[in-house]
Ligand binder design. Sequence first.
Ligand code: ADP
Ligand code: MG
Length: 395
Amino acid sequence: MAEVSLDHIEKVYDNGFHAIKDLSLSVSDGEFLVLVGPSGCGKTTALRMIAGLEQITAGDLRIGERVVNNVNARDRDIAMVFQSYALYPHLSVGSNIGFGLELRKMAKDKVRDSVTSVAKTLDLTSMLNRKPKQLSGGQRQRVAMGRAIVREPEVFLMDEPLSNLDAKLRVQMRAEISTLQRRLGTTTIYVTHDQIEAMTMGDRVAVMRLGELQQADSPTELYQNPANIFVAGFIGTPPMTMFHADLTIEGDSATIHIGQREKQHITLAPSVLQQRPGLRQYNGSDIVVGVRSEDLYLEVEGNAPVVVDTELVESLGSSKHVHFLLDAKPVSEDLLGGGVPDPEDIARLGTDDGTRGVAALGPRAAVRAGERMTLGVDTEHVHFFSPETGLAIRA
Ligand SMILES: Nc1ncnc2c1ncn2[C@@H]1O[C@H](COP(=O)(O)OP(=O)(O)O)[C@@H](O)[C@H]1O
Ligand SMILES: [Mg+2]
C-alpha cells in the first residue's frame, strides 16, 4: 500500500540546468499514473528522483507516510523498468528474474518458487533457461517486467519500457502491462513521450513541458478540457486545429473573424457565451480558437461555415482525415512547442499562408486534395485560449 507524493519538487543539475520546476503531484495507492511530455521535458529526471537515483534539489518526496528524500534507492521498496531493460546477458532468464531476490539473501527454494510463479504470469515458463539474446524484443521486455514484479515492491517505475519494440508489439504490450498492473494493484508511475500510449494506459495522465507540470487529469478530461494551448496541441490524434481570430460580441451573440487574404467569420452558438462569460473580456480583441477534428464536418447548410483549401486526404477506411489550410494566423511555437523543436510540429503549425488543420470526416465524404472545401464547425465544442498566457478560457 503506497501513495507517492511530490511536494514542490525542484531539480537543478550540477551544471546549473533547472530540469524540474515546482513539481507537485500525488499518485494514489494502486493508481497507474502516466507522465508524458516531449523529449527533454524532465520525465526521466522526475522518475530517477523518485527512484532515488538522482538527488532532489528541493521539496519533499513521500512514499506512503515517509519522506524519502534521503533514503537510499534500495531502501525505497521500488522496482524500476528501464527502456534498455538492463538484463544481464550472461545470466539465464530465470536468474535474471531472481537476481534481485538472491541479492537480498532470500532462500534458494523461495527464489525458485517466486521466479516460477512470475514466469507463469508472464508466459515465460518455457524460456527460463534461455539467455536474453535468444529472446525476441517482446520477451526481453517481459523478463524486465518479471524482474520488477518478483520483488513485490510498493511502487513500479517504468521509463519508456516499450520504446524499443516495433509498433504492433508495442500495442500488445501496452495492454499486457495495463492488465498486469490492474491485477497486481501496485502503484505505478509510467513515463512515455507517446501521447497515445499515455492516453490508453493511464488512469491519470500528467503532462509536462520544459520541466513544469501542465495538467494532471483523466485521459477524457485532458482531451475534452485541456488547460492550455500546449496540452490541447499535445494530446489528441489528429491534433487540434488552433488559430488566432478576432472576437466580437454584440449582446448575446459572439462571432469570430479570421482571414488575412479573405475575411471569413464564424458565428458561435448562443450557449458558448452563456457557458463561458469570461469570453466577454476578449470582445474586440485577439483570441486563440481550437477545434477538434471530429467537430468539423462537410457543410451542407448551417450558419458556421468556413472555406479552406484541401491539401491531403487520408482514407482510413472508417473515416477520412482531411488536411487543410485555413486562412488564419497560426499559433506560435512559443505556446505550442515543447522546447525542443520537432520538424513535425513546425510543419503542423502552418506557414505565412495560414494554419494547417485536420478534419475527421465520414468515409464517403466527397473531398479531393487541391480543391476548396466548405467545413461546418460545431461551435459548441470549440476551445478558446488566451493568446498571451495560452491558458484555456473555460468559464
Ligand atoms: N546529468 C545531467 N546534467 C545536466 N542536465 C541534464 C542531466 N540529465 C538530463 N539533463 C537535462 O535535463 C533535461 C531533462 O532531461 P530528461 O529528464 O532526461 O528528459 P526526458 O526524460 O523528458 O526526455 C534535458 O534538457 C536534459 O538535457
Ligand atoms: Mg527520458
